[in-house]
Design a protein. Sequence first.
Lengths: 826, 250
Amino acid sequence: MFTMKDLSTALYALSKAKGYALTVILTLGLTLGSLIAMFNLNYQILQAPLPYAEEDKLVVGSTAWLDKDGAVMYQRLLPVSIFRQHYPTPSELLTDHALFSFSYIGMTLRDLPHSPQVQIAYTTPGYMRMYQMPLLHGRAFSAEEDVGSQQPVAVLSEKIWREHYNADPALLGRSVHIGNQQFKVVGIASAEFIEPRLTGPGRSNDIWLPWDFSIGSSFVAGDVSGAHLYLAKLKDASQRPAFEQQLRPQVASQYQHDIATLPSQAGRSLIFNAEPLRLILEGDSRNRTLWMLAGSLLLLLIAAANITNLLLSRAARQQRSMSIQAALGAQRHHLLGQVLAELSWLILTALLLAFIVAEGAYHLLQLYAGAMLPRLAELGFDWPVLAFAVAVSLLLALAFATLISRQINYRALQQSLQSSGKGSGVQISSRTRQVLIGAQVMLAAMLLICSAQVLLQSLQQLRQQVGFASADRYQIPVDNITATPDDSLPPEQRRTLYRQQKDELMQVRDILQQHPAVAAVSVSNYPPVSFDGYYGSASFIASPDSPNQQLFSRAVFTDQFYLPLFDIKLVQGRNFTAQEVATQAQVIIINQVLAQQLKPDGNVLGERLYTTNGSLAFEIIGISANHHLPDVWSAEETGRSYLARNIGTTASLQLQLKPGMQIDKTAINQAMAQVSPHYRAADIHSIKDNVNRVLLSNYLAAAVTTSLVVLSFLLAAIGIYGVLSYSVQLRRFELGVRMAIGARPGTILRQLLGENLKPVGAGLALAALLLVALWLGLQHSAFVVEVSAGGFALPLALIVLLTVLTSLLSVWGIIRKPAIYALQGQ
Amino acid sequence: MQQQKISMRGITKVFATDEMETHALRGIDLDIFAGDFVSICGPSGCGKSTLLSLLGLLDMPTEGSYQIEGQEVSGLSLSEAAFIRNEKIGFIFQSFNLIDELTVFDNIALPLRYRRQTMAKTEINERVMACLKTVDMSHRAGHRPNQLSGGQQQRIAIARALVGSPALLLVDEPTGNLDSKNGDAVMDMLSELNNNGTTLCMVTHDPRYADMAKRKLHLLDGRILDADGTPLSSQAAQTQQAPLRQAAGQ
């Protein structure tokens, strides 16, 4: 194809055309790098083997909770008591199984003076077997520590062991203090353990405790929980449907039996599902990452169109040297060999750059998208990715070489020296140029319009006020080891015990209120947005006569300081009084959404809401403004309720600090210690960070699409300018002739614009057609596409403006000088 | 008194680069009258082409005054110069400079389409066909330039130069790319045009064709020479050129 001599000649030639070489390498390297990164991301999520043996046999069991009308209320819940009963006698279709749960309240290592917050997983020995947890020291859970054994043992992550226990091997056999229990450390899990992120990519666990100690392990019949899963390993991957069919009737009938005495649950049902582990880990990331792959592919195509233009221009510039070589006897393949040698240098260098860019992209993804996309930690060099990168590079090289070889007219080259410039063997046909411009505009327009749509939506969300104040506000989850009131106690006695906890926390609140850095404090179960994304919930009925019409709400159990602290506006009515909080009065504040669910006009002040069993009635005393912060649970604002009642197991202090002031955990813990040794501050989370975490997907979407918009616009600008400029250079003499016979600068510009806008118009029309087809296609899919006219019109206007500007720029050098310069080729 | 078409006084043209200045024309004084046929001769690099470029407003002088039919044109903007060029000057190039993508008809019609006032289609049609007839190429109106011989292409170029009824026809080595037969034919055609009243100014190397002009100007080192080879002064240009014109039978 080409010789070493060709390669060295090509290297020398490129060193003399540094600008050209740099443009090609940068354009191709950046776009190919982003494509490689996106391919790797999709490969990791969708195709790469999971780091567990026989991964296809691993399934995650949970149930869908169906309402009376058959509508799915929630996915992936577990009727804990049913599976606790079922656990000792697993299906004969399984080789292993485990129960799994996780902490969703503040937990700290109480044996350490600074009581660091930790994330805890509760599980059974099967978990460590199925996912082959490698142990740095000690052992995994044994059969003696299985369900019902109540053995207080713990396996710590290597990270926690190193960070908080100085990697002391003697920790093995010693105890750590978590909650109100001492746990004997039996193992240190190696950092090599790639934990299956069963509860989302953002959550990793620090400590594994036996399932018996999980919150909800003592749930009674009829309770369902979103914090529990049933993990299993099938004997044969193909038996997954059979396993589902086997358990479905058992779970369904047991559930009906369990709720038989609960009128509020009547008619509801459960469907057991055993989903492949890969599907659970993948979550909803597939759409997002596939869009990112499509975007980067489009970018590469735009870049390829650019590079084609550049290569063709270069071939045209080399016409004279090619003519001389042809006259001296060079064959077609000699000439093509030179072109290919240059191309090889360029693509090889661009490929190396692309790998560096891809590495950078992995780093950025791990830094900023770790909470949103799964398996990012596994991103890195992979043979399939290398094969993909090489294949794409070869494909590009082949495409470029084919195109160039078609443009080299060997016969014309041979004659061009004799004909003293009457024609060129490498003049790129007007048709080719127009097709290139059209293709480039089409690709750029598609990418710009798609990106602009996403960008505008993200910006709209980011610009919107969330509906509550977050600056200088902090959430302090409370690690509470007060014994949970026993379910066997009478309700009134349980309420009294919970009341005592709330009173104690209100005392802590009042002490903290005296701290010089503190502006305001409130006690509640959750802030408007929690660090872990969880929230409390409560369902109500409008009337005891219609128990089937339940109204769901995100519930905040709090005091009179909560709404003012977060600056949550009341559109009607009033806040709680101190008296109402002290007496746990049956009053409620609801948001506008909930009010409108009760009555379309939302005027519900003074009306009542009832608990689902009708036993308690709450008078509506206020209506708060809606929040505007869609999260993973709900894309739209849901009903919200605020009650002056007991807080329950999950408690947080909400702090508003004075501007510029800070507070540390020690000060808070001192305040807590004055009231009770049961309380510790788990951590201090900024509400602003909590909000930003929820908005992260919007920030990420805005950042990615802004980069896409800028890159594609830049590439389109370079590409279109390149083609137009080259085209003008070829026509310089012709334009000179036109000027000589009276064409004014404006006339030349108008003529060029008219000519250039034709392929641009064709490209835009084609892009519009393809986008309409795409939009129609998406109407039949699960995608929700909101199309904004601005996101459509703006990119089109930008491309037309770009064409006008690049046309002007490309011809400016000719029309701003007297005609003689163009005629003389200057 | 004959109508003065062109008047140049003290025209200089200096091409400057970072390192040096090249004086292409040094104080040219030149008058061309209606019906003139002036040939400009001189060795390579003497400034012939530069002078022709200035005459055709393809370039602007560094200094001096240039009037076409009494209108000062030396300081015009590019756009104004283009209008003047379009309406008052016709060009005939050595290498024809027809536009390959356009038909013969469209090539000839091009200057009319660049007019300040949009010209009616019928008028364009009439004028183009008349010019085609003048150069005896009516039968080739729909052809492309690359379907014509060199001589035919130059005839089309002449037609294009004539179509706007210019005050002055500037001709740059019209026979340079033609064989002697075609060259003679083109020169006959130019002579005939001149005899019919068209004013011509021609640059040529060929003494035979230069002699066909009514007036011959010799250029050397950017200056016009008189008959004994002395550069003409500004005043002398007036006095020396009048007898030449008379001698040529004006």
